[in-house]
Design a protein around this ligand. Structure first.
Ligand SMILES: Nc1nc2c(ncn2[C@@H]2O[C@H](COP(=O)(O)OP(=O)(O)OP(=O)(O)O)[C@@H](O)[C@H]2O)c(=O)[nH]1
Length: 297
């Protein structure tokens, strides 16, 4: 059984740092990733070009592939999955005015993929100088799960606060990161790694650090209780990822800032990694709540 291919959508205004983030993600050498772009040739490439009907694929060194859209988006995604079987697809959605339509299209029309995370990148300097938020930006902003306030080296902390406050008015539910050169921990952001990392000492630019912990059990969980538990997770839990076993089915479980996804998949045990801010304070309660979901044999 092949699990769904996760898609990460990277949006943001011109010059905000989308390619910078992509390059950071692509540094993970051992993952097979495909990057789908509207424009071609931004990322330095070396080697063979595969021309399909809907997509032009360039094999990069290190197992990543770079794909440029030449036909329909959905057909291109299918072609990529068929031809290169990536572990992740990253879509740089430059110039996509209707991000909500793209998100809807992915969720409704592409059962072979799972929308993993929608990232929106803000240029802190430009957002301060030109605070008007246009239609495209607003649309991208509203559907984002993760918002990077980037280029904070070019402005004061007060300005960063102002920019963030203005943006939060349109999307209060997203997870915010203040970055220079999009320096987020991409492993955590996109769940590229699943093993437990109990506490992450890096504190980027005065923000509370991300923390994580894992929960593992051989017991099966009561589905209804688990769904309720997830719906009641505090907003500082940014991501949950792993496997969950119910009465008669096993699943891959993914949760990103309020959006949960269960996909049937064989698992030997329930194993979940929680990532968020101030998690160490909530860890005990979360573990106790999960214990309550366990079905007693
Ligand atoms: N000062 C500063 N420059 C940055 C930062 N992040 C990225 N840049 C620079 O900003 C410029 C634009 O970054 P890109 O990553 O190419 O932006 P983009 O969103 O992909 O640009 P388009 O594809 O043209 O929309 C590049 O010169 C980056 O090196 C940052 O945090 N601070």
């Amino acid at each position: 059984m092949q699990p769904k291919t996760p898609i990460i959508l990277v949006t943001g205004s011109l010059g905000s740092g989308k390619t910078t983030l992509l390059k950071r993600i692509l540094r993970k050498p051992q993952r097979r990733m495909a990057v789908l772009m509207n424009e071609f040739g931004e990322i330095a490439v070396d080697s063979k070009v595969i021309q399909g009907r809907n997509v032009q694929i360039v094999e990069l060194l290190g197992g990543c592939v770079c794909c440029s859209l030449t036909g329909e988006f959905e057909a291109a995604v299918r072609e990529i999955i068929h031809d290169v079987q990536p572990e992740f697809i990253i879509v740089e959605a430059t110039g996509v005015a209707e991000s909500d339509a793209l998100v809807y299209g992915i969720q409704e029309n592409l059962p072979e993929v799972r929308l993993d995370c929608v990232v929106f990148i803000v240029d802190a300097y430009l957002s301060h100088r030109y605070p008007h938020i246009g239609y495209t930006t607003l649309n991208q902003l509203k559907v984002a799960d993760v918002i990077l306030i980037n280029k904070i080296d070019q402005v004061t902390t007060d300005v960063v606060n102002q920019v963030e406050n203005q943006i939060r008015r349109f999307n209060a539910g997203a997870m915010y990161f203040r970055t220079m050169g999009c320096d987020v921990d991409t492993n955590l952001l996109f769940g590229l790694e699943t093993e437990e990392r109990p506490s992450l000492p890096r504190t980027p630019h005065g923000e509370a650090p991300l923390q994580s912990f894992a929960y593992t059990t051989d017991a099966r969980l009561d589905e209804e209780k688990f769904r309720y538990f997830i719906s009641a997770l505090p907003p500082l839990v940014f991501r949950v990822k792993g496997f969950v076993r119910f009465h008669d089915t096993d699943h891959i479980f993914n949760y990103v800032v309020g959006r949960a996804d269960l996909e049937e998949f064989h698992a030997d045990k329930t194993q979940l990694v929680f990532i968020g801010r101030h998690l160490n304070d909530m860890r005990q309660t979360i573990l106790e709540d999960l214990k309550e979901c366990e079905v007693k044999e």
